[in-house]
Design a binder for this molecule. Structure first.
Ligand code: UTP
Length: 295
């Protein structure tokens, strides 16, 4: 019988150079979109999809991430004493169960493939989810969010799953791109993949958008894979090798993904997530209209 996806890996060891100077002392995963750290949005998505154990691959100067998923005793005590029950309940609802988080360090940012490999012992011999925390998602027509749709596809097809999204042809050189094999609409067989193809050589305009379900066989491959694009150990290169032995399926995520690792993406995410919040949207829209009206 197919093993259930219980664990998710969140690689959070990157340096976030694209959003400097914000990331000089604050990990980019802790920048806030509306009132939640980017990483919390991702953990919410994983939780909704049934993930029970959250594995964070962190790096130096990222200790605040570990603190965020722990109790904040003084704050909680003060909220209770001042009768701020709503705020207290909200913090408690976000707190992962004891033992449901693991933290390991990637000592040097050698690439996403290397970061995932650092989680090998914590994951063990079971298929697992990967969420790139700087990509945050809003749901579309289907109720489940992106990693939920990937897990549904895994339950149906097995193998390995990659979420993809369409981008204009002029942007494909910035991402990992897949080639489409057997096409079933929402899901399809992946017949090839390439990391950051030079402009004009991309096999499709479907980019790998930061959510995966992978089998544990990827770890052995990542151990030996050579440095690729940007001099980093690339997850895409590891997946390409794995695809010679195991099936890979693409999931066309029907919602919207925002890349908070870039300045524009981060700003767009704040607008979109604010507009998706019934308690904030009306007031925020009025402010937006004022700004736009004054341009
Ligand atoms: P990015 O390439 O977007 O992250 O990696 P980065 O290196 O922090 O970004 P810039 O280009 O310098 O702004 C995607 C994800 O993989 C993680 C990052 O933290 C991010 O969540 N990552 C990347 C690692 O954990 N380790 C690495 O060596 C590289």
């Amino acid at each position: 019988m197919q093993k259930r996806i219980r664990k998710a890996v969140f690689p959070v060891a990157g340096l976030g150079t694209r959003v400097l100077p914000a990331t000089k002392t604050i990990p980019k995963e802790m920048l806030t979109v509306v009132d939640r750290p980017v990483l919390q949005h991702c953990v919410d998505e994983a939780r909704e999809a049934g993930i029970e154990h959250f594995v964070f691959v962190t790096g130096r100067n990222k200790g605040v991430i570990e603190d965020h998923f722990d109790m904040a005793y003084e704050m909680e005590d003060m909220l209770q004493k001042r009768g701020k029950t709503k705020e207290y309940a909200a913090l408690m609802a976000d707190l992962p169960a004891a033992g449901a988080t693991s933290f390991t360090r990637q000592q040097a940012p050698l690439g996403l493939g290397h970061a995932i490999w650092c989680a090998r012992d914590i994951i063990g011999d079971e298929p697992f989810a990967v969420l790139l925390p700087d990509m945050i998602t809003l749901p579309g027509e289907r109720k489940s969010r992106c990693i939920g749709q990937c897990i549904e596809a895994f339950e149906k097809h097995g193998g390995n799953i990659i979420a993809v999204e369409e981008v204009p042809a002029s942007e494909t050189h910035l991402y990992g791109v897949v080639s489409v094999g057997d096409d079933h609409g929402h899901t399809f067989g992946i017949s090839g993949m390439v990391e950051k193809p030079p402009q004009g050589t991309s096999p499709s305009n479907l980019i790998i958008s930061g959510r995966y379900v992978l089998t544990p066989e990827i770890f052995k491959i990542l151990e030996t894979v050579e440095k690729g694009a940007g001099g980093e150990i690339q997850l895409t290169d590891g997946m390409k090798i794995l695809s010679q032995h195991q099936a890979f399926h693409g999931v066309r995520f029907d919602g919207k993904t925002y890349d908070t690792g870039s300045k524009l993406g981060f700003l767009a995410a704040n607008v979109a997530f604010a507009m998706a919040r019934p308690d904030i949207a009306p007031g925020f829209l009025a402010e937006l209209k004022k700004i736009i009206g004054s341009l």
